[in-house]
Write a protein that binds this ligand. Structure first.
Ligand code: PDD
Length: 281
């Protein structure tokens, strides 16, 4: 495998960043994960838009032009011969002597890009069976709209899910509402067949898969309500599912051990999963 690190393509096993990279010391950086399908980047424009937004919110410069970054992404995918998989990009505020305040202007941001193949049969097998989720308190900071590499609460929640034999942890705010998953957006389907997902503010990540699913639902005439929902409402829902670049639309068959619907993947989630790539660009 080959990684791109600050201007060079290097063997993955030898790829390294400086010990005083601010991403390493302070989680002072942002990232994107983009699906690769049939060798193409899915929803590249939206991922680039969100990367730029995250950087702007943190006042980190783009490491290079969007066009140049697009070339690096494609070249990394090509050099790793990825047809089906993921490309990961990370931008940090760069290398500087440790000090919480920002380094002096002109310190170049650091860019790392990796790509890996993922066997699509694995996702399809999970989707065919459906997955379980558990719930955990959402103890993240209040700007999770920024796709920051500071993911410790997300890692703790995901690990709790793994240890419980579940696929994902749904995060629940102090008022009892589900915000999102540790690395996915959260959805339910009401008895009337209406999709419900939380509105976007600073309290969730505005998922690209979520946005593209809005496009698909508009085309298919499926109604979406953007509002909060509780764990109890989700457990009583007709269907539940999660979305992300890595999972697309993944049906959920249990929450905290309670079966959803008849305990099998729902037809709406399964149908949307099958049609997703008809609208994703
Ligand atoms: N995670 N919410 C959170 C907290 C996420 O980390 C992600 C993505 C999403 C879904 O966003 P999108 O549809 O743009 O992938 C929602 C990526 C895949 C990750 O951390 O690996």
């Amino acid at each position: 495998r080959i990684a791109y690190v600050n201007g060079s393509y290097v063997p993955h096993g030898e790829a390294a960043v400086h010990i005083e990279d601010r991403g390493y010391q302070f989680a002072d950086g942002v990232y994107e994960v983009c699906e690769i399908r049939h060798g193409h980047l899915i929803d590249e424009t939206r991922h680039m838009d969100r990367l730029e937004r995250s950087l702007k919110e943190l006042r980190i410069d783009m490491p290079m032009s969007r066009q140049a970054l697009g070339i690096v992404l494609r070249e990394t995918v090509r050099r790793n011969r990825v047809r089906e998989g993921l490309v990961y990009m990370q931008v940090t505020r760069g290398v500087a002597r440790r000090d919480h305040a920002f380094p002096k202007p002109g310190t170049p941001p650091a860019l790392v890009v990796t790509a890996k193949s993922v066997d699509p049969r694995k996702g399809e097998a999970n989707a065919a069976k459906g997955v379980g989720v558990i719930t955990r308190p959402d103890n993240r900071w209040e700007r999770v709209d920024i796709k920051s590499v500071g993911l410790l609460p997300n890692c703790m929640a995901k690990q709790a899910a793994r240890e419980a034999g579940a696929y994902e942890a749904w995060l629940v705010d102090k008022d009892g509402f589900v915000t999102e998953g540790s690395s996915t957006n959260a959805w339910i389907v009401t008895k009337d067949g209406v999709l419900v997902t939380r509105f976007t503010d600073f309290g969730i990540l505005k998922g690209i898969t979520r946005t593209t699913l809005f496009d698909l639902c508009a085309r298919e005439g499926v109604k979406i309500e953007e509002r909060q929902f509780t764990v109890a409402e989700a457990q009583e829902a007709r269907e539940c599912f999660l979305t992300s670049a890595t999972t697309i639309v993944m049906p959920i068959v249990s929450i905290d051990g309670r079966p959803i619907g008849n305990g099998a993947p729902g037809s709406i989630a399964t149908g949307l999963r099958a049609k997703f790539h008809e609208v994703a660009e």
